[in-house]
Design a protein around this ligand. Structure first.
Ligand SMILES: NC(=O)c1ccc[n+]([C@@H]2O[C@H](COP(=O)([O-])OP(=O)(O)OC[C@H]3O[C@@H](n4cnc5c(N)ncnc54)[C@H](OP(=O)(O)O)[C@@H]3O)[C@@H](O)[C@H]2O)c1
Length: 375
């Protein structure tokens, strides 16, 4: 559908407002809204906290009487059901809005086009599709969960210019700069889980918490998730040691639970949760792990390594986004660890394509972000 550049400009403002809710409203979608009278934005709002007032309601309240006969630009179809708040469609009709421009319909089964229909039946001119792609990307975690039940998966690593995650000795601290690590903590802050393999957990004893920036109070620390088929994780080391301070979930196999019952008990004593999932060739069945995280209403999972875990996630087509920091250094050794160690034999034609690329320099590093999946 062709949208005017005027509609797109107001929708862009609504999207910018919506982005303020990232990390604060999940598992709900982020939403932004602008009320326009003539050529003047008379009300603006966004969904700011889980269970709080919706963007449309905030924008309409700010506009007051100026909303009458005006237009509403909203990034997601207005809701029409009684959830934690009354239906937004009621508020839009009561405010006397003449035209509603929606970026994208809400796939949530109780809405799914009904919000649009109710507005049209109420005599409102409704148009859908302005900046739809951007709106869908902004709410990628929400759209993915609605469609698949799985959280959005972001693979993040720091590598040298020659594509290495660690020296042959295992040394990887620090490949990227402090400025880059701060950016990672900003993503941890909006993630429900930060996941690593047992190789990284044992070699690096990472804390995986949000430290360089303040965690959002309503969300707290993300759950630290370790993939550990053989329960090799040491309860006296990070991250297990501090499970009482920030949650740790260890995924393991049923066999390990039988063979290493004592270790499981010691991990539980520190506060770790232990969950069994079926085994797979490279360790644990990753789809089972993601399904379990999705059932826990997790929206965003940040995969922080290592190489073999990245390899399995890519091989199984489970990565949605990448965030890669490239440090201007060359390790130059064949024994240094490559970034993504999946199964052998993949040719160039089967390489994973990265779309929507964004490049940014962060301190001395180059940060590359992109999309690997449809989400
Ligand atoms: N530069 C960076 O950004 C960065 C980030 C992270 C790590 N690193 C470095 O990477 C190195 C560790 O990487 P790594 O490849 O050796 O280990 P890893 O990927 O962290 O862990 C691999 C282990 O995870 C377990 N696992 C369980 N399910 C799995 C699955 N489906 N697929 C793959 N693994 C699964 C397996 O052990 P079990 O079978 O025993 O469960 C496997 O051996 C360290 O040197 C670390 O410093 C660097």
């Amino acid at each position: 559908m062709g949208c005017s550049s005027r509609d797109e400009a107001y929708m862009q403002r609504a999207l910018d407002l919506a982005a303020n809710g990232i990390g604060r409203v999940e598992p709900n979608p982020v939403v932004g809204a602008v009320v326009v009278q003539g050529e003047c934005a008379v009300g603006e709002g966004y969904y700011a906290r889980f269970g709080g007032p919706h963007a449309e309601v905030v924008a309409l309240a700010q506009a007051g009487q100026k909303a009458r006969g005006g237009e509403l630009f909203v990034t997601l179809e207005p809701c029409c059901h009684h959830g934690k708040t009354p239906p937004c469609t009621d508020a839009v009709l009561a405010a006397g809005i003449r035209r509603v421009v929606v970026a994208v319909a809400d796939p949530f089964p109780e809405v799914a086009g009904r919000g649009l229909a109710i507005l049209e039946e109420g005599g409102v001119q409704v148009e859908v599709g302005a900046l739809a792609g951007k709106a869908r990307r902004l709410n990628a975690a929400y759209f993915k969960r609605q469609k698949t039940g799985l959280p959005l998966v972001i693979a993040k690593w720091a590598m040298t210019l020659d594509g290495r995650l660690a020296a042959g000795s295992g040394e990887s601290r620090w490949i990227s700069s402090e400025a880059s690590r701060r950016r990672v903590h900003e993503v941890r802050r909006i993630s429900d889980a930060v996941l690593v393999g047992s190789g990284t957990a044992i070699a690096d004893e990472p804390s995986l918490t949000v430290r360089h920036v303040e965690p959002f109070p309503e969300r707290g620390q993300p759950t630290r998730v370790i993939l550990d088929s053989h329960l090799a994780l040491d309860p006296t080391c990070e991250p297990a040691r501090t499970a009482g301070e920030a949650p740790v979930t260890v995924y393991t196999s049923a066999a390990a639970l039988v063979e290493r019952g004592g270790r499981a008990e010691a991990l539980r004593q520190t506060g770790c949760e232990i969950v069994t999932v079926p085994p797979a060739d490279a360790g644990l069945l990753l789809t089972a792990v993601l399904q379990d995280l999705g059932k826990r209403e997790m929206s965003r999972v940040l995969i922080e390594g290592g190489s073999r875990v990245f390899g399995s996630f890519f091989a199984e087509g489970l990565v949605d986004r990448v965030m890669v920091f490239v440090s201007p250094r060359i390790l130059g050794s064949t024994d240094a660890l490559g970034a993504v160690a999946g199964p052998d034999g993949r040719g160039l034609l089967e390489a994973f394509e990265v779309a929507d690329l964004a490049f940014e320099t962060v301190g001395p590093d180059l940060m590359i972000q992109g999309r690997v999946s449809e989400f």
